[in-house]
Design a protein around this ligand. Structure first.
Ligand SMILES: NC(=O)c1ccc[n+]([C@@H]2O[C@H](COP(=O)([O-])OP(=O)(O)OC[C@H]3O[C@@H](n4cnc5c(N)ncnc54)[C@H](OP(=O)(O)O)[C@@H]3O)[C@@H](O)[C@H]2O)c1
Length: 241
């Protein structure tokens, strides 16, 4: 079965609910589309008006502007939306450079997108049901030039636990992907296919992920009423590659 054929696990289960998807990358679009197909009213929010418009159109959603590095922007989004049933944060600002070139501003941007911004939003927006944060396998399998993302992704897992306790009974979880061909590796150009092949060969699942694999996991996290304070490793076993 291919990822695109993954069954609609929850037909109609999000009917009458609202979902806010933060980010405009491939996993965000797949999550927004799957949420809309499950019956939700979906808002896609991001920094770039053009990317927000394209992502919202692709997913059958409406668009909103937000910069998770800007507290006023976060507060304004929360004020415009008021109450949302499910929130999913897929924003990321990677800073993959050698330690001697890593600067304070890049580190802060990485944490703004994944940790600080979502924490501030969770304190300003009224969330009724679930918050799903995105971590990443590199926290559990660190590599050279990945200090910023390894630590930001690790902090996401602990943020999910802390928010799950403070926001209870709102359920808060983290999802940790492995390598996913979401569009974020397109900058590798001609080297992308070789990179994906070698990541697949090293993974116990012997494949890389697709945005649909991750979107299916988000729907599970949104709808399972007994799942909270958890990190779901949807990584093909990349922690053990
Ligand atoms: N793809 C993978 O292989 C992989 C592996 C491990 C973990 N993950 C995690 O999975 C999640 C989704 O990944 P993806 O590959 O689909 O993402 P992506 O394509 O890299 O997209 C990241 C998104 O974050 C947005 N963003 C960055 N900083 C922001 C800010 N301050 N405020 C608002 N939006 C901001 C970007 O907007 P702009 O375009 O405007 O910058 C972009 O829409 C991320 O948390 C990522 O770290 C992905």
């Amino acid at each position: 079965m291919t990822s695109e054929q993954l069954p609609e696990q929850f037909p109609g289960q999000l009917s009458g609910t609202s979902v806010l998807v933060l980010g405009t990358g491939g996993i965000a679009v797949a999550t927004a589309r799957r949420s809309a197909r499950a019956g939700a009213r979906v808002v896609v929010a991001g920094r770039s008006p053009d990317k927000v418009a394209a992502a919202a159109q692709a997913a059958g959603a409406t668009g909103e502007q937000v910069d998770l590095a800007d507290e006023a922007s976060i507060t304004a989004l929360a004020g415009r939306l008021g109450v949302v049933d499910h929130v999913v944060n897929l924003a990321a600002a990677p800073a993959n450079v050698a330690l001697d070139r890593l600067d304070h501003a890049s580190l802060v941007r990485a944490f703004d997108a994944k940790v600080f911004g979502p924490a501030l939003l969770a304190g300003r927006l009224r969330i009724t049901t679930s918050l799903t944060l995105f971590s990443g396998f590199i926290a559990w399998r660190p590599a050279a030039e990945r200090v910023a993302m390894a630590t930001a992704n690790g902090a996401v897992a602990f943020l999910a636990q802390a928010l799950a306790v403070e926001l209870a009974p709102v359920r808060v979880n983290a999802i940790s992907p492995g390598v996913v061909d979401s569009g974020s590796w397109d900058g590798l150009g001609e080297r992308k296919e070789a990179f994906l092949r070698s990541a697949a060969a090293a993974n116990p699942a012997r494949r890389t992920g697709t945005p649909e694999d991750l979107a299916a996991a988000v729907l599970f996290a949104m709808t399972n009423p007994f799942l909270t304070a958890a990190t779901l490793h949807v990584d093909g076993g990349a922690r053990f590659a």
